[in-house]
Design a protein. Structure first.
Length: 276
């Protein structure tokens, strides 16, 4: 069940993101009374609900108290729910302590999706992410002090050709320092925002399919993870990769090497099959 508790994104400046640019998506919290009415309606019409996602893109921008009230309402009206999840910008956690996050976990918040995008500060600045390596590291380590699981996303190709290697290396370093429970990548793609992206990042030169796979090779080669579930299966990815890192690291690198050597046993998505 997708439960809208905010409208839009409180930051909404990332030049690669097209999700919340429409005027009607200007950020605002939804009133608590409206949220509770929505939960009641869903409880009456949906029957058993196991999982709830707090939408839109920035539910964790809400205060600890507001989030607590929402989770309490979910527990009251949807007692069958076993997992509540949300997107989380690193800045969302500056005013929330690890103790408060743990309390939210005890009320049902068990998974946070964090779009790190890159571990390279220059790339983050060029795409107006509003975060740095350090702010993302601090947020992920704060979550790590709790029982909440993290799913961290990096964007393959976001640094362009010039910064590809450093983007891959710094992103791997950030993942190594934070040991996310889930790790994922997608490929940079545009529907309408390409002009805005290129204006903010004039040095950007889009990576070819081969260079994207080579960047993934650098990224995975430099990962030193204990038990992160890895997925690179978004519709934007040319090469689908799945495994547990570092247990399946050699297998994933073998698949990447086979793809780079045009081994027909490795399936690469065509442009038309990527579903973008």
């Amino acid at each position: 069940m997708i439960l809208q508790v905010t409208n839009g994104c409180s930051w909404n400046n990332c030049t690669f993101c097209e999700m919340y640019t429409a005027p009607q998506k200007k950020f605002r919290p939804k009133p608590q009374s409206d949220i509770e009415e929505e939960i009641k309606r869903c409880a009456a019409s949906l029957g058993t609900v196991r999982r709830v996602f707090l939408a839109d893109g920035d539910a964790m921008a809400l205060s600890f108290k507001r989030l607590k009230d929402i989770l309490l309402a979910i527990k009251k009206y949807l007692p069958s729910v076993s997992r509540v999840s949300s997107y989380c910008l690193p800045r969302n956690l500056k005013n929330k302590s690890a103790e408060e996050l743990q309390e939210l976990y005890q009320l049902g918040l068990t998974l946070l999706y964090v779009g790190a995008e890159s571990g390279n500060d220059y790339v983050l600045e060029q795409v107006d992410k509003g975060e740095t390596y350090q702010t993302t590291l601090d947020a992920l380590l704060k979550i790590k002090k709790t029982d909440i699981k993290t799913s961290v996303m990096f964007i393959n190709g976001i640094g362009g050709d010039k910064y590809s290697e450093q983007h891959a290396l710094d992103s791997a370093r950030l993942a190594n320092e934070t040991q996310p429970d889930y790790l994922a990548t997608l490929v940079l793609f545009f529907r309408e925002a390409e002009q805005k992206f290129r204006q903010g990042f004039p040095e950007f030169s889009e990576l070819s399919q081969r260079r994207l796979i080579e960047e993934m090779q650098i990224f995975i080669s430099n990962l030193e993870l204990e038990k992160s579930i890895f997925r690179s299966d978004h519709a934007s990815n040319y090469l689908v990769l799945k495994g547990v890192l570092n247990k399946d690291k050699d297998k994933l690198l073998y698949m990447i090497d086979a793809a780079l050597n045009q081994d027909s046993s490795v399936f690469l998505r065509s442009e038309s099959s990527r579903g973008l």
